[in-house]
Design a protein. Structure first.
Length: 162
């Protein structure tokens, strides 16, 4: 079976993605695909959580073993989550600022012949900027605030009395 998940970001309602993930694939497989699809930096820490009907985080899944209460993403299959009625997930892509995508199961599908999973089923809107990227919001804010700033005018050669 294949699970179709809708990924969205509450702070940017125009952004939506639907992803198809095979039941035998893991949260880690899903994570890697989303990171690649959104052109995010895979070196940033991320977390998955199961979520209740109010989107409160419950069980945590991490990339690395941090404490005994967590499970690793590469040990949890999509099918096991669906069978356990975990149809809502939070995918925290910016751990420091606690920014998360909501991930909700839309439907279970039969696999398409010769299809490779995970795969994108639909997309709309631009994804939110991931913290840590070289095109960070900080540089654009600085550029807007200081468009005429030239650091070179403050540098004087050594040895001169100018």
């Amino acid at each position: 079976m294949v699970a179709r998940f809708k990924l969205s970001f509450p702070e940017k309602p125009e952004f939506k993605r639907e992803y198809d993930v095979a039941a035998e694939q893991t949260l880690y497989d899903f994570h890697r695909f989303v990171q690649n699809d959104l052109d995010y930096d895979e070196s940033q820490p991320v977390l998955f959580f199961t979520a209740n009907e109010w989107w409160d985080p419950e069980q945590k899944f991490s990339l690395l073993e941090v404490d005994d209460a967590e499970q690793l993403m590469d040990e949890v299959s999509i099918g096991s989550l669906v069978r356990a009625n975990h149809h809502r997930l939070l995918y925290t892509f910016d751990v420091i600022n606690r920014r998360s995508f909501t991930v909700e199961l839309q439907e279970m599908l039969e696999p398409a012949p010769r299809a490779r999973y995970p795969r994108a089923a639909s997309e709309s809107g631009e994804p939110p900027v991931q913290i840590g990227k070289t095109n960070s919001a900080f540089s654009s804010i600085f550029d807007q605030a200081m468009p005429e700033f030239d650091a070179n005018i403050y540098i004087t050669p050594h040895g001169g009395d100018e």
